[in-house]
Design a binder for this molecule. Structure first.
Ligand SMILES: *Cc1c(COP(=O)(O)O)cnc(C)c1O
Length: 365
């Protein structure tokens, strides 16, 4: 079989080769049931075991205590932009606070305003979303329903340092769609963490939500059941037909992280080494390229940059494709180039990208 191209796309992102091989086999027949995974019932014992396996691996990888529920939702992170304020902008609390630091957090901020009164705690638009605030220094009322932020701005390539427990006065809610499981985090610093699968953990169709159980009591009655997070916790992510295939692949990825990679500290070391190599290569190219992010906030997951000359951006995409590298087009909102270094992008693939960058620059700049 022809081998998989080296996928540097911002999403759907690269998946580990061993997971792809298991998935290929599972589409024909699962080893344990003899049936295609695509035909497996969501009410089967097999699927209950898959859900338990995925949840157990997530608890193990992130050290998530039983004070938190883990649930698998549909509708992507965009649906959560709407349902989080529906569930948690509780009556009686002060309005939720939103950090607007890039394309995705701006969407979350806009969607929240359709549901509730909300405050903007910080806005990076004036500086072109190249910087991030220190969350600890924001002026947030402790009575705010929550503070929402996006831990890694996928489009611009900006990443917050992880939060420590008790650093923020209000309950903390984070969209971690593009850096979830890339490094260890203090989950107990958050009241809710969410991340859809298609950047770093599997195919599109499923979104992981980790919610403090005590916080579920704040949810007002009267929401449509499908939009009420308690429904999905109560029904163990099996209220209506869940995306069995996406959850199965996500479970395989969590197994890969636990047993092949050896956990999130090991994953973090690999991710640090990949991003260091790419940024060092880009920095050494001097004026030939511009990196979007201010150096203090450079993301380990998404490296957004441009040659400045649009024709060179296009020419580089072609030169990289000739070496089997794909997915370098920048997001349609900012253009340029973006190399996404998700967990399944190997160090060898990054080395190849760096050498293609060096050769290309020698020839064209
Ligand atoms: C890609 C992305 C989204 C959009 O997610 P959908 O699942 O397509 O709705 C939201 N937040 C972040 C941080 C993203 O990177």
């Amino acid at each position: 079989m022809k081998s998989n191209a080296l996928n540097f796309s911002g999403g759907p992102g690269a998946l580990p080769e061993t997971v792809l091989a298991q998935t290929r086999d599972a589409i024909v027949a699962l080893p344990d049931t003899g049936m295609s995974v695509l035909g497996m019932s969501h009410r089967s014992e097999w699927f209950s075991a898959v859900l338990e396996d995925a949840e157990m691996n997530l608890r193990h990888l992130l050290g998530i205590s039983n004070d938190y529920a883990i649930t698998f939702l549909q509708g992507g992170s965009s649906l959560l932009f709407a349902t989080i304020p529906m569930n948690f902008a509780a009556r009686g609390a002060a309005p939720p606070e939103y950090v607007t630091s890039g394309y995705w957090s701006a969407k979350a901020t806009i969607e929240a305003a359709k549901v509730t009164k909300r405050n903007i705690a910080w806005d990076g638009k004036a500086t072109g979303y190249t910087q991030l605030p220190d969350l600890r220094t924001l002026d947030i009322a402790p009575s705010a329903a929550y503070l929402h932020y996006v831990s890694n701005e996928t489009v611009e390539g900006l990443q917050f340092p992880a939060c420590g427990t008790g650093e923020i006065a209000a309950p903390l809610v984070a969209d971690m769609s593009s850096d979830f499981l890339s490094k260890p985090i203090r989950t107990d610093a958050y009241s809710m963490i969410y991340a859809h699968a298609q950047k770093n953990l599997g195919p599109a169709g499923v979104t992981v939500a980790i919610i403090e159980r005590a916080w579920l009591d704040r949810i007002p009655d009267g929401l449509p059941a499908i939009l009420d997070f308690r429904t999905h916790v109560l029904h163990s992510s099996n209220y209506n037909t869940p995306p069995v295939f996406a959850i199965y692949v996500l479970m395989l990825v969590t197994r890969w992280l636990r047993f092949d990679v050896g956990g999130l500290q090991a994953m973090q070391r690999i991710n640090e080494s990949k991003s260091k190599r790419l940024y060092a290569t880009l920095d050494a190219l001097g004026d030939a390229v511009t990196i979007h992010a201010d150096p203090r906030w450079r993301s380990q997951m998404n490296v957004s940059f441009t040659f400045g000359d649009k024709r060179l951006d296009q020419a580089f995409i072609s030169a990289a494709r000739d070496e089997g590298i794909v997915g370098l087009e920048g997001h349609r909102s900012v253009g340029g180039l973006r190399a996404s270094l998700y967990n399944a992008v190997t160090e060898d693939a990054v080395d190849l990208l760096c050498s293609v960058l060096n050769e290309f620059t020698v020839q064209h700049v």
